[in-house]
Design a protein around this ligand. Structure first.
Ligand SMILES: Cc1cc2nc3c(=O)[nH]c(=O)nc-3n(C[C@H](O)[C@H](O)[C@H](O)COP(=O)(O)O)c2cc1C
Length: 132
């Protein structure tokens, strides 16, 4: 019983510079914590990562540091970007998927639309259902 519940505990780790990712993370209704506040300690929860694309299609330094420690705890990633960046739109998400083998659940244009929130919420719910 207890074990089953633990299996589906989700914590959102987020990396937000100008607030968009933090806003998105808040819409999902799970406990959340900035990637900068993970200090190498063990985590019991399953982590869902929300981050953004920076530089020219790059993963941010803070997200990279986080992943180098916690990729193994991370069940999926959602990335925010801006379509005005063309080919570089949300590229950090593709890079994370390839480099760390983490499912890329959704690329979101800035703060996205209700359909983006629904897609991510639905993915997390399905993940929980499968874990139980
Ligand atoms: C300096 C800078 C570089 C960016 N580079 C990209 C990029 O290469 N690709 C992309 O899709 N978005 C890019 N963006 C857009 C951000 O990823 C987008 O605004 C995101 O929502 C920011 O999330 P945050 O508000 O949580 O920090 C860039 C933004 C800035 C300020």
């Amino acid at each position: 019983m207890g074990e089953k519940k633990d299996k589906s505990n989700i914590l959102i780790a987020y990396d937000s510079r100008t607030g968009n990712v933090e806003w998105l993370a808040r819409q999902l209704g799970y406990p959340m914590k900035p990637v900068q506040e993970f200090n190498g300690e063990e985590v019991q929860e399953h982590i869902f990562l929300m981050t953004h694309t920076f530089g020219k299609g790059s993963i941010t330094k803070a997200t990279e540091t986080f992943l180098n420690r916690y990729a193994g705890n991370t069940i999926g990633v959602c990335v925010s970007g801006d379509r005005r960046w063309g080919n570089l739109f949300g590229l950090a998400g593709d890079k994370i998927r390839l480099a760390y083998d983490i499912p890329l659940v959704r690329k979101i244009d800035v703060r996205g639309y209700p359909s983006d929130i629904e897609a991510v919420t639905g993915w997390l719910q399905q993940w929980k259902d499968n874990a139980e």
